[in-house]
Design a protein around this ligand. Structure first.
Ligand code: SF4
Ligand code: SF4
Length: 435
């Protein structure tokens, strides 16, 4: 594939030639020594082989925009839009380039300065107005649930416009009852505490992951603190450059999470965990919340690390061939790679089969699969090829977005490989069931 797949809606940026210094934190650009060692870790470069779709190319572009050497026209915007913010380049970079910070700021600049075409604006407004609010998402999904009950999803899919089919495929069919982890006894008050942020999309589509994350923590001896109220972590707004609302969400979560000082904080969605871990940076300029946000960030942990810390073990075996997909924000954002693998290997009977490119983005990336469906589809096809080549029966991962994306592609192919969140897989292994 030689050129970037086009977005479903064309960008319509107003050309701007004057220097745009505030498009990035300018000094951070100079950490890049242009060595190119990040190129093969970049999903968009791997697909297009175009320098401008690589981290190095985008860093050049941001500098050229900041200096006024190029205009922020539709072409420049296309290369910025196509970035998944997966941060694979950060892991690969020997110079410590903070690419995530660069692209987030560039997105915010674009959001403030570029007027998108009407259809793109409508799509982005729908995403921003519905996905962070579980109640709204449930209402939107209600007709689809009725169609599923009537067994009419295949017909609806055939009749839907091509652009809608990938969106429809992402919504899983009604799930069969799943095993749920039950702790043998409540933890003592002196036990270490953990609090699970339930997210928004995951809470609506994959709530079992939250329950099983809490169940696994409780079974490992943690005192699980139930949160009264959480709101979206702000990830979708950060992806779209809407810092203001991301900060509003962050403040609400910090207020709530701050009540549980000392507890480990996690989300079943590693993308959300990575955002919670970045609250310290996000609210650094807010005198009222900066200290509490830093404290929240410092408490963020991930499920596998917490379970290994308590020597979580499995009373029975579960013979299964499993491969593990590294969700971007867990691997590249939080640096957690080995712990989920160690946990899986500790289950008697589990054979862990490494897949090729396990840490290359699957194309989910927040709402990227909705806004950049062509590239997202290229990436998930590649991911499904790599999964199928392992011969595994299960692909385990740590992020609901990846689960929806990969499961949709495997269903389209008629593959029987099951895609499971780590917490759900632990529940299955503990139950010994084979559903
Ligand atoms: S964040 Fe991901 S898609 Fe964007 S430049 Fe880095 S590796 Fe490429
Ligand atoms: S981002 Fe890092 S790895 Fe990529 S070209 Fe720059 S210095 Fe090299």
């Amino acid at each position: 594939m030689a050129t970037a797949p086009k977005s479903t809606s064309a960008a319509n940026a107003a050309p701007r030639r004057q220097p745009a210094r505030d498009i990035v934190d300018y000094e951070l650009l100079f950490d890049c020594v242009h060595c190119g060692l990040c190129l093969e870790s970049c999903p968009t470069y791997v697909v297009t082989r175009a320098e401008m779709d690589s981290p190095r190319g985008r860093i050049y572009l941001m500098k050229a925009l900041a200096d006024g050497a190029v205009a922020l026209d539709a072409d420049a915007l296309r290369h910025l839009d196509l970035c998944l913010e997966c941060r694979g380049c950060e892991t690969a970079c020997p110079s410590g380039v903070r690419y995530g910070k660069l692209i987030e700021r560039a997105r915010e600049y674009v959001n403030r300065n570029v007027r998108r075409p009407p259809l793109e604006r409508l799509r982005n407004w729908l995403i921003a107005s519905i996905f962070p609010y579980p109640e709204r998402l449930k209402i939107l999904l209600a007709p689809l649930r009725a169609i599923d009950r009537l067994g009419m999803r295949p017909l609806m899919r055939r009749l839907a416009p091509a652009g809608m089919r990938d969106w429809l495929d992402l919504i899983p069919p009604r799930a069969a009852a799943q095993p749920v982890i039950q702790a043998a006894a409540p933890a003592a008050d002196s036990a270490p505490a953990a609090v699970v942020h339930h997210g928004c999309v995951a809470r609506t589509l994959l709530e079992a992951e939250n329950r099983n994350t809490e169940g696994a923590l409780a079974a490992a001896g943690y005192r699980v603190v139930r949160m009264e109220r959480t709101v979206c972590c702000g990830a979708l707004d950060l992806h779209h450059g809407n810092f203001e609302r991301a900060r509003e969400f962050a403040r609400a979560n910090v207020r709530e999470l701050g009540r549980h000082g000392g507890a480990a904080i996690l989300s079943a969605a590693s993308g959300c965990s990575a955002v919670l871990a970045a609250y310290g940076d996000l609210l650094a300029g807010d005198p009222e919340f900066a200290a509490a946000a830093r404290a929240v960030s410092a408490q963020v942990a991930d499920l596998s690390t917490l379970l290994l810390r308590r020597n979580f073990n499995f009373p029975r075996g579960f013979p299964a061939a499993v491969t593990y997909h590294d969700s971007c924000h867990l691997a590249h954002g939080l640096g957690v790679r080995e712990e989920p693998r160690r946990l899986l290997r500790s289950i008697p009977g589990v054979e862990l089969l490494e897949m090729n490119e396990s840490d290359l983005c699957c194309g989910s990336a927040g709402s990227y699969n909705l806004t950049e469906p062509a590239m997202a589809r290229e990436l998930v096809r590649r991911k499904a090829d790599n999964i199928a080549a392992t011969g595994a029966d299960y692909v385990v991962l740590g992020n609901p977005g990846c689960e929806l994306q990969i499961a949709a592609e495997l269903r389209r192919r008629g593959e029987k490989i099951r895609v499971m969140h780590l917490a759900d897989f632990l529940a299955l292994a503990l139950s010994g069931a084979d559903i």
